[in-house]
Design a protein around this ligand. Structure first.
Ligand SMILES: C[S@@+](CC[C@H](N)C(=O)[O-])C[C@H]1O[C@@H](n2cnc3c(N)ncnc32)[C@H](O)[C@@H]1O
Length: 207
């Protein structure tokens, strides 16, 4: 989706300098996620942005590979990598909509603030399922727009028509959970730090 790439490329510099909206919840999510890592874990992060989370997780895993549609985001992510320190991190520019369904298999896949940005959610979840090893873990944190004022949902398509906002899909927490189970995952942990906060889910692919 070229318009989305354009939007995220334009946003990249500002995004990289913006503080995390809820640092406390972010750190709790990092900690919970690490319970599912081992030093042998091969990790894929889809929609990795400027790579900050991948860099924080890297010391706990064997390798982490971040994928993002925006070359500007990936350029910033690559600039953060220090030889000899971050040798187990790689980044790739790719669109998740067309991301290969076969190839290297992962122990853990992370999708943080990205599931609600993909129109064909079932296809995204299928790709993630297919690229996970049996028994693998899928960690997601997803904005559920249906929890917000209906006005936002009216304004978003208008903003999108003017290139001011990217694709954002309206999801509610129950629908998201159903999509995960329909895709074949078992939800093993769920947490929402507050009424309008992103829904954090840990899902497992059957072994
Ligand atoms: C809200 S940011 C989240 C970035 C990062 N995961 C984080 O938590 O800070 C969404 C990211 O998803 C990427 N993105 C949006 N649509 C995408 C697509 N179709 N394929 C790959 N990446 C995409 C954007 O470029 C952007 O970096």
């Amino acid at each position: 989706m070229p318009n989305n790439r354009k939007f995220w490329n334009k946003a990249a510099e500002k995004y990289s300098k913006s503080p995390i909206a809820d640092q406390e919840s972010y750190e709790i999510k990092l900690d919970i996620t690490r319970d599912y890592f081992t030093p042998e874990s091969e990790v894929l992060e889809v929609g990795c942005g400027t790579g900050s989370t991948a860099i924080l997780h890297a010391p706990y895993v064997k390798h982490i590979h971040g994928v993002d549609i925006s070359d500007a985001m990936i350029e910033i992510a690559r600039q953060k990598l220090k030889p000899g320190v971050h040798d187990n991190i790689s980044f790739e520019v790719a669109d998740l909509v067309t991301y290969p369904r076969t190839g290297k298999m992962y122990d853990v896949i992370l999708a943080l603030s990205i599931v609600h940005l993909i129109e064909d959610r079932a296809a995204l979840l299928k790709m993630i399922y297919d690229r996970l090893k049996p028994g693998g873990t899928f960690v997601s944190s997803t904005v559920c727009l249906k929890l917000y004022s209906p006005l936002i949902r009216i304004l978003l398509p208008i903003g999108r028509a003017f290139g001011q906002v990217p694709t954002v899909v309206s999801i509610d927490p129950a629908g998201l959970q159903k999509d995960m189970t329909d895709a074949g995952f078992k939800i093993v942990h769920q947490w929402q730090p507050g009424p309008k906060k992103a829904v954090f889910l840990i899902c497992q692919k059957p072994g």
